[in-house]
Unconditional design. Structure first.
Length: 102
């Protein structure tokens, strides 16, 4: 996406023009979005597509947290493997939850 630079090296006019175009597009989409002629199913599909990058970021963050949890568990098992193997599954689950929360 290219920007238009004026003689003084600024791009304020270009930025204002882009903001104006975005404002017009948003207002037009608001009218379309509120229309009763478009089904809820289509609106749901569009909403999902629009929100996908945000949802993908949230999933990525959650997966990152799970990877950190898994690595911590592997390290703990390496350090205290015999003790960990003897723990009851419920206690191990509680430990994992406590580790994930902290």
């Amino acid at each position: 996406m290219g920007s238009i630079i004026d003689e003084q090296g600024g791009s304020d006019a270009d930025v204002k023009a882009r903001i104006g175009k975005a404002r017009v597009a948003f207002l037009q989409s608001k009218n379309i979005w509120n229309s009763k002629q478009i089904s809820i199913n289509i609106k749901n599909v569009v909403n999902t597509i629009v929100q996908y990058p945000r949802i993908a970021d949230q999933l990525s963050e959650s997966l990152g947290n799970l990877m950190i949890l898994w690595e911590s568990l592997r390290k703990l098992i390496r350090e205290r493997g015999d003790y960990m193997v003897q723990l009851h599954r419920g206690m191990l689950t509680l430990y994992l939850v406590a580790l994930y929360i902290s």
